[in-house]
Design a protein around this ligand. Structure first.
Ligand SMILES: Nc1ncnc2c1ncn2[C@@H]1O[C@H](COP(=O)(O)OP(=O)(O)OP(=O)(O)O)[C@@H](O)[C@H]1O
Ligand SMILES: O=C(O)c1ccc[n+]([C@@H]2O[C@H](COP(=O)([O-])O)[C@@H](O)[C@H]2O)c1
Length: 231
């Protein structure tokens, strides 16, 4: 099992750290390829997975936070670059990203101004102006956007306030991530996998196979715990 970080476990010293938050209801191969390809293409020494305890911007997840955390733990268990951050799940507060980044920035302060990179799918990036205190994000971390089928990354497709920020902060080369601790936006191509947790929940509710869309260990867990069954 990978190490689980809590607020008192400092991030790995040195390198560039990727931060990957999500509802993960459930975690699937689209998430795993995003994190793996981000690590390769952006040269990340670690990708820290941060399941949201109480997501604020969507319906209540189908499965509770402990089960979603357990599924992520199983999914990333054999990858030495992946770590799990249980802090949002352990918190009684709603899961907002800016306070999480402030905490991680403080943890990283012992290792100097280390670059932190928030990893987002293109759909999540387009929704940024709805996030709480979203303009504060850029003082705390870089953002790396993963291409996702159906969500082209172009200023013309973004809300105006975000398009302006995108034009000012976007850089073509991921090398800029090492040159500053925060503030740049980059994008990276990833294997296009049109997989969503919504699709998987629908398959499982209808007693259809979700095999090869998510890791076997996660499917086994879902079966054992009777998750995503028809009510
Ligand atoms: N297939 C995919 N390709 C690229 N990015 C993805 C993919 N699936 C999810 N992501 C990204 O992973 C992050 C976490 O996503 P989330 O847990 O909401 O998964 P989801 O499949 O989009 O879920 P749901 O269908 O419940 O909305 C977001 O940044 C999202 O954009
Ligand atoms: O901070 C916010 O206001 C905020 C609003 C929407 C989404 N987020 C974060 O964005 C990440 C992806 O969200 P989602 O809904 O695609 O799973 C996850 O870590 C959420 O906590 C954060």
């Amino acid at each position: 099992m990978p190490p689980i970080s809590t607020s008192d476990s400092p991030a790995t010293a040195g390198g560039v750290t990727g931060l990957f938050g999500g509802t993960f209801d459930p975690v699937h191969l689209g998430h795993l390829r995003l994190a793996e390809e981000a690590a390769d293409r952006l040269g990340l020494s670690e990708v820290r997975w941060i399941p949201a305890g109480q997501p604020t911007h969507r319906e209540t997840p189908s499965v509770n936070a402990q089960n979603r955390l357990a599924m992520v733990q199983l999914a990333i268990a054999r990858n030495p670059r992946f770590t799990l951050d249980a802090t949002e799940v352990a918190s009684a507060q709603p899961s907002y990203t800016v306070p999480t980044l402030r905490r991680l920035r403080q943890e990283a302060s012992g290792t100097g101004e280390r670059p932190l990179v928030l990893l987002l799918g293109a759909d999540a990036f387009a929704g940024l102006p709805d996030w709480r205190d979203w303009t504060d994000l850029f003082a705390l971390a870089h953002i790396a956007i993963a291409h996702r089928p159906g969500f082209p990354i172009e200023p013309g497709n973004l809300p105006p306030a975000l398009a302006e920020v995108f034009r000012a902060r976007y850089r073509a080369s991921p090398e800029v991530l090492r040159e500053a601790p925060a503030g740049h936006i980059v994008s990276f191509a990833m294997t296009q996998l049109d997989i969503s947790a919504t699709q998987i929940r629908t398959l499982l509710r209808n007693a259809r196979s979700a095999r090869y869309l998510l890791p076997d260990a996660v499917i086994d867990y879902i079966r054992r715990e009777h998750l995503y069954c028809k009510e």
